[in-house]
Design a protein around this ligand. Structure first.
Ligand SMILES: [Zn+2]
Length: 376
C-alpha cells in the first residue's frame, strides 16, 4: 500500500528499526503487541516449539511486507517521488510519499511494484523447493516455507483487489486517469473501493471474520479519498487568477513612508508592490502600512525597509489546489500572480487559497449525496 502524505511526519506510536537506501522503516507499536499476544496464545495452547515456529513465520512475513513496501518506495523514488518513510502495521505496511501521489502511468507502476515483489518471492520459493512448498507437507520447517509461499500469494492478490486504497485500486485509478482525468478517476476508484469494502464486510459475516477486518481497514481510506476528489471537483475550474487581491499600486523602494501613505489616503483599499529598478522586491498590504503609520517609525524612512518578502510567482492559470503546494510552509505568505508573459496581475495569500478550499469543502459536505449520484 502507498499513501500520499499531506502532513509529513510520523506516527508517535512508531519506532524506527532500520533504514534502507535512506528510506526509514518504522514499526508500529501495535505490531509488537500482536507478536507478544500470538506468542503467549500459541505457547499455552500448542507448546513452545509451535510458538517458536509461528514467530519465525511472523518474522518472515514481516520481512516480505517490508520488501513489498520497499518495492513501492524504490520505484517511487526512481520516478522522482520522494518517500518520507515506511511504517509497518500488523496487517500490512504503508510507504508514505512526501507529496501527493503522482498520476496516470507513474501511479500504476509504483502501485504494481509492491505486489510484484511478493509474486517474485513466491516464485523463488516455488522454484527453489521444486514445487514441494505449495503442498505445505513434510516436517515443521518445510510446512513453514509452504506457509510463507502462500502468505506471499495472499499478500499479492489481496493488494491487487481493485479496491481503493489497495494497490489494485491505485492501478485502476492510474489507468482510469488516462481516460477520465484524475478527479473523475478518483471518484470512480473511491466509489468502487466503498462497494468492495461493503462486499468484504458482507462476506466476512458469512465466511471469515478476517474479511470484516479487511473491510474495516479499506472503508475509511476509500471514503477519505472520495471526499478529497469531490472537494477537488468543487474547486475544479477555479484558477489562482480568480482569487487575486483587488487594487495594487506599484511604488519605488526609494519612496518614503509618508509618500506612500498619501497614495493610501487616495486609494484606501489598495495594497502596494514595491519595486527596485523595475524588479518587484516586496509587498506592503494596506493594514501593514496603517500599523506602521501608527508606530513611531519616522515617516521619512524608505518604504523598502518595511516591505514583506514575496513568495515565488504563481501563474494566474494554475489550479487553486495545485497552487497551495507551491508555497513553502516556512516561507512568505503572499505570492505575486503572473500572466504567461511574466507581468504581475496581482497577489494572492496562502490564506486566500485555503479559504477557497474550505468553502469548497463546505459545499462538498452539503451536496455530497447528489455529488455521489452523478459521479460514476
Ligand atoms: Zn502495496
Amino acid at each position: 500500500m502507498t499513501r500520499g502524505e499531506r502532513r509529513p511526519g510520523r506516527s508517535s506510536w512508531s519506532v524506527r528499526i532500520a533504514s534502507v537506501r535512506g528510506i526509514p522503516i518504522e514499526i508500529h507499536a501495535s505490531f509488537l503487541l500482536l507478536v507478544v499476544f500470538m506468542g503467549w496464545r500459541t505457547t499455552t495452547s500448542a507448546g513452545l516449539a509451535a510458538a517458536a515456529a509461528e514467530q519465525v513465520l511472523v518474522l518472515a512475513v514481516f520481512v516480505c511486507v517490508a520488501l513489498h513496501e520497499l518495492g513501492h518506495a524504490i520505484v517511487a523514488r526512481r520516478n522522482g517521488v520522494p518517500i518520507a518513510g515506511i511504517t509497518l502495521y500488523p496487517f500490512g505496511g504503508v510507504a508514505r510519499m512526501a507529496r501527493r501521489p503522482p498520476q496516470g502511468m507513474v501511479e500504476v507502476v509504483i502501485a504494481a511494484a509492491g505486489p510484484l515483489v511478493n509474486l517474485a518471492i513466491a516464485a523463488t520459493i516455488l522454484v527453489v523447493s521444486g514445487g514441494a512448498a505449495a503442498g505445505m507437507s513434510g516436517g515443521l520447517w518445510s510446512r513453514l516455507v509452504g506457509m510463507l509461499l502462500w502468505a506471499n500469494l495472499i499478500l499479492a492478490f489481496f493488494n491487487l483487489l481493485p479496491a481503493f486504497p489497495l494497490d489494485g485500486g491505485r492501478i485502476l485509478r492510474g489507468l482510469l486517469t488516462l481516460r477520465l482525468g484524475w478527479i473523475r478517476a478518483t471518484v470512480w476508484a473511491g466509489s468502487i473501493g466503498q462497494v468492495a469494502a461493503a462486499l468484504l464486510l458482507l462476506l466476512g459475516v458469512i465466511f471469515d471474520p478476517w474479511l470484516i477486518l479487511a473491510g474495516i481497514l479499506i472503508l475509511p481510506a476509500a471514503n477519505a479519498e472520495l471526499r478529497y476528489a469531490l472537494l477537488l471537483r468543487q474547486l475544479a475550474g477555479r484558477r489562482v487568477g480568480d482569487l487575486v487581491r483587488g487594487e495594487l499600486i506599484t511604488v519605488d523602494g526609494a519612496a518614503t513612508i509618508s509618500e506612500v501613505s498619501e497614495l493610501s489616503v487616495a486609494s484606501p483599499l489598495a495594497d502596494f508592490l514595491v519595486s527596485d529598478r523595475g524588479r518587484v522586491v516586496g509587498y506592503l498590504s494596506a493594514p501593514r502600512l496603517w500599523s506602521v503609520l501608527r508606530s513611531d517609525r519616522p515617516a521619512t524612512a524608505r518604504v523598502a525597509a518595511i516591505v514583506d518578502e514575496l513568495a515565488r510567482p504563481i501563474p494566474a492559470t494554475a489550479p487553486v489546489e495545485d497552487a497551495i503546494g507551491l508555497f513553502d510552509p516556512a516561507g512568505p505568505e503572499v505570492a505575486p500572480v503572473v500572466e504567461v508573459d511574466g507581468s504581475i496581475v496581482g497577489v494572492v495569500a496562502i490564506g486566500d487559497l485555503l479559504r477557497a478550499v474550505q468553502i469548497a469543502r463546505r459545499a462538498t459536505a452539503a451536496d455530497a449525496p447528489s455529488a455521489a449520484d452523478d459521479s460514476p
